[in-house]
Design a protein around this ligand. Structure first.
Ligand code: SAM
Length: 273
């Protein structure tokens, strides 16, 4: 049977099969990155992995994503994956056995890959961490639901926890998609236009300059004159200064973390830029 591919929403065998529900891979033998996602909701990923630049990256074989359905690893009659918490309290907790079996299967598909558990209790995901992950060969993303997962799975199987923000979601899947998209953009060939990366927000702890496109006047607001001057050096300096100014205004925490350099101070004080 031909491997399922992008554009094909597959249910390769019964949904509870102990194999990836969908294997998103195409063409190339050498991949830059291999991600295995352990989730109770593999279908959530299907449109996400098919569309836009993410879909194109998969299509070109820049990244391979396998989706493992945690419920496939439940070995009880009703395919239950959750149970009441010991000690009482609201909600349900994900049972350890289906999780550990699912992780073991993920490790077989992607040997040597660390297991990252999406959790509001982990350190916040940063561009720096995204860069580190994008340099790895593979990663297993474990997604919780309900009140979370049995602590013993974290103790035995999880290498790191990652939070995508100081708020609580129903599940880790949106976090996994955030990681998938953020790392894919950084992979060689993961972005249509490589130049886009170098000046982007968060690069070197600074936000990107404001962007404008046609028309030159929109609802009475004009595009800054310098941008239509055709003077590349002036444009570059103006953009740097604007990026700095908006970092100071919108994200003073970044300035505290990465203080202004003498050259940046000079740029800020330059009345002609
Ligand atoms: N009771 C848990 C606690 O207070 O830490 C929260 C459980 S949450 C409702 C269910 C699942 O959503 C978690 O197991 C985790 O996988 C995911 N999740 C929720 N918020 C998240 C966040 N900010 N970042 C990453 N994953 C998150």
């Amino acid at each position: 049977m031909e491997a399922p591919h992008v554009g094909q929403v597959t249910k390769a065998g019964p949904i509870f099969a102990k194999a990836p529900v969908s294997v998103y891979q195409r063409g190339r033998k050498t991949l830059d990155m291999h991600v295995v996602v352990c989730t109770l909701f593999p279908e959530l990923f299907e449109p996400f992995l098919r569309e836009g630049l993410m879909g194109k990256a998969i299509e070109r074989g820049v990244i391979r994503v396998d989706l493992l359905h945690i419920r496939a690893f439940s070995n009880n009659k009703h395919n239950r994956v959750d149970d009441v918490p010991y000690g009482g309290g609201p909600g349900m907790v994900m049972k350890p056995e289906p999780l550990s079996d699912c992780i073991r299967a993920a490790r077989e598909i992607c040997p040597g890959a660390p297991v990252a558990y999406l959790s509001p209790q982990g350190p916040l995901l940063t561009q720096r961490r995204v860069e580190e992950i994008s340099r790895m060969e593979g990663i297993i993303l474990l997604n919780g639901r309900y009140e979370g997962i049995d602590e013993r799975v974290i103790a035995r199987y999880v290498d790191e926890e990652i939070s995508i923000g100081d708020y609580v979601l129903y599940g880790g899947e949106l976090g996994s998609m955030v990681i998938l998209e953020a790392i894919t953009r950084l992979l060689p060939e993961g972005l249509g236009n490589r130049d886009s990366l170098s000046e982007e927000s968060m690069e070197n702890g600074r936000l990107e300059y404001p962007q404008y496109t046609r028309p030159p006047v929109f609802e009475g607001m004009e595009v800054p004159e310098v941008l239509i001057s055709g003077h590349h050096a002036r444009i570059a300096r103006w953009r740097r200064k604007q990026g700095l100014l908006r970092t100071i205004r919108k994200r003073p925490d970044l300035i505290e973390k990465y203080p202004l350099t003498p050259e940046e101070t000079e740029l800020l004080e330059d009345p002609d830029t």
